[in-house]
Design a binder for this molecule. Sequence first.
Ligand code: SF4
Length: 283
Amino acid sequence: MASEMSLRLYGSPLVVTDSGGKDSTVCREIVRRSGIPYEVQHNLTTADAPQTIYYVRQMFRQLELTGVTCSVNYPIYKGQRVTMWTLIPMKKFPPTRLQRYCCQICKEDSCKDRFITTGVRWAESTKRKNNRGVFENFTKDPSKRIILNNDNDEKRMLFESCTVKGKRICNPIVDWEDRDIWEFIRCERLLVNPLYDMGFRRVGCLGCPMAGKNRWTEFRLFPTYERAYIRAFGNMLEAIHASGGKTKWKTAYDVFSWWMEEDKIEGQISLFDLPEWQGENVT
Ligand code: SF4
C-alpha cells in the first residue's frame, strides 16, 4: 500500500531509510522480497562507528549491483554542511535527551516530500507505542499528524486521499518484538552490523545521550570519539565567550563531565589526571 501511494502521490518509489542497525536490515530485506520498486537512503550522522559506515557501504554496493538506487544524505544546518563536531559549537549547547537537535538536523530533515519506511518498533519504547503507527503523516505540528495503527483505522480514507505532499512514513515492523527481529535475521542468514558481535545491543551515534551510562563503554572502545566530543565542547565554550555569553562551565572537561552525568564535586579531580597515574607508571 505504501509503495502504491508513493508512486501515485509522489511519482517516485518508496524510500527505505537505513541506519545500519538490525531493524533496518530487516526492513531492507522485506521490502526487497516484496518486489516493489524502492530506493535506499542513509542519513550520515558523522558520529556513527566506523563499523556502521563500512557495513552501510557494503550493503549499498550489493544493492546497487542489483539496480537499486542508494544514496547518503549529509547533514546541513543554516545552509552549510555540518558534522556533529561543528554543530555543537554552532548550537552552543551539547545534545541532550531533551534537546536532540542533532537528530533533527542529521536524520529527520532528510527525505522531504517522499514516502519513506523506517525500522521504528513499539518494543523499543513505550513513547513510540503511543506516538508511532503503521502509517504516519509527518509534520512538525503534532495536531496535524495522522497516525494509523491498523487497516480498520477510521482515519485511513482521509490519509489515503490526502493529496498535499510532505513526508509520509510507513513502519512495516512496528509491532515486531526483539526476538522476531533476531529470529528473522538468523533464519534468513542476513548480514548484520558487526557491532552486534562486539556486544552492542543498540547501533547509533557513539556518545548519543539516549545511551546513558553505556556511553562509557562506547568511549572505552572508541576513545577518538570521546576526544572529538571534548574538542567540540571546547570550541563550544569559545563560541559562547566570543558571543559575549556566560556559562558555568570553565573547561571542555567540565562540560563533558556534566554531559556524561557524572556526580563530580567541584574541585574534584580524577586520579587519571595525575602524572603518576598516566602512561607506563600505572600497573
Ligand atoms: S546522537 Fe542520538 S540524538 Fe543525536 S543524532 Fe545521533 S542518535 Fe540522534
